[in-house]
Design a protein around this ligand. Structure first.
Ligand code: ADP
Length: 278
């Protein structure tokens, strides 16, 4: 399974991704988490991302695409992954398409968690309070001011992905205002339907294969000589022409009569030459 979770900050992507990890045994690839780890470790990527993240802006596409490209290569991502927070711009989505195409991998679904913007601030405030209660370090960008900027970035740069993926028939929208349990169940239903459709398609392919092989082995040699347009191949046409010429020399058909005459004329010339010599 390869899934993208799409939604504004506070829509529940991280929570649902965690549940999918347990349910499907696939990895969660959260660019936010990866970038925070890079910032904490002080890597070159972290140094580039730190201030941008703190201000609620988006880290440059090339940086994030590089991070994801490396991560998808890891063995634990072979079975599948849930992308959470990536792609966040159309160029990122295009880069992901290229990455997957090169690896002959298919994206199964993009699940959009749709939520009322008015609920987001409250959700983030709750998240902050819960983290503080657990004694965890609160994200520097989880303040009302920065959240407003993150939402603005989402609207202008990430929301166009809804159109991008719906055009490609990948988008499935879930009401993110339901309870966590209900959202999980809904996503589960969607993914079960996708799995069932995939299994059916695989079955169809498997049952179609032996028949296809048979037709290739038996009557195929004849068909194979014809061009993809269904018209006879040049070789076949030449053979047919040769046959027709033979028939014509026997005077079987009109058009070849001409050829027959030519042959007769030539033969006659030869004969007269021979006669002259004699
Ligand atoms: P959010 O809760 O806002 O979805 P994330 O943890 O996914 O937060 O990301 C936090 C920050 O990391 C973003 O505001 C942004 O600066 C940076 N970031 C994460 N993913 C991307 C991405 N795909 N492209 C650009 N910047 C990103």
């Amino acid at each position: 399974m390869r899934i993208i979770l799409l939604g504004p900050p506070g829509s529940g992507k991280g929570t649902q991704a965690q549940r999918l990890v347990h349910r499907y045994g696939i990895v969660q690839l959260s660019t936010g988490e990866m970038l925070r780890a890079a910032v904490a470790a002080g890597t070159p990527v972290g140094l580039r991302a730190r201030d941008i993240m703190a201000s609620g802006g988006l880290v440059p596409d090339d940086v994030v695409v590089g991070v994801i490209a490396d991560r998808i290569e890891q063995p634990d991502a072979k079975k599948g992954f849930i992308l959470d927070g990536f792609p966040r711009t159309v160029p990122q989505a295009e880069a992901l398409d290229d990455l997957l195409r090169h690896k002959h991998l298919k994206l199964d679904a993009v699940i959009e968690l749709r939520v009322n913007e008015s609920a987001l601030l409250q959700r983030v405030e709750t998240r902050v309070a819960e983290m503080q209660a657990r004694g965890e370090e609160v994200r520097v960008d989880d303040t009302p001011e920065v959240l407003t900027r993150r939402l603005a970035a989402y609207r202008s740069l990430t929301e166009p992905l809804i159109h991008y993926y719906s055009e490609r028939r990948k988008l499935l929208t879930v009401d993110g205002m339901m309870t966590i349990e209900q959202v999980t169940r809904e996503i589960g239903r969607i993914l079960a339907a996708i799995e069932a459709a995939d299994a059916k398609a695989a079955e169809k392919r498997a049952s179609a294969k032996p028949a296809a092989r048979r037709t290739v082995r038996k009557p195929a040699p004849k068909q194979a000589k014809s061009s993809p347009t269904g018209r006879p191949s040049a070789k076949k046409a030449a053979k047919a022409a040769r046959k027709a010429a033979k028939r014509s020399s026997r005077g079987a058909r009109k058009p070849v009569k001409k050829a027959g005459r030519k042959v007769a004329k030539k033969a006659a010339k030869k004969v007269t030459k021979r006669r002259r010599k004699a």
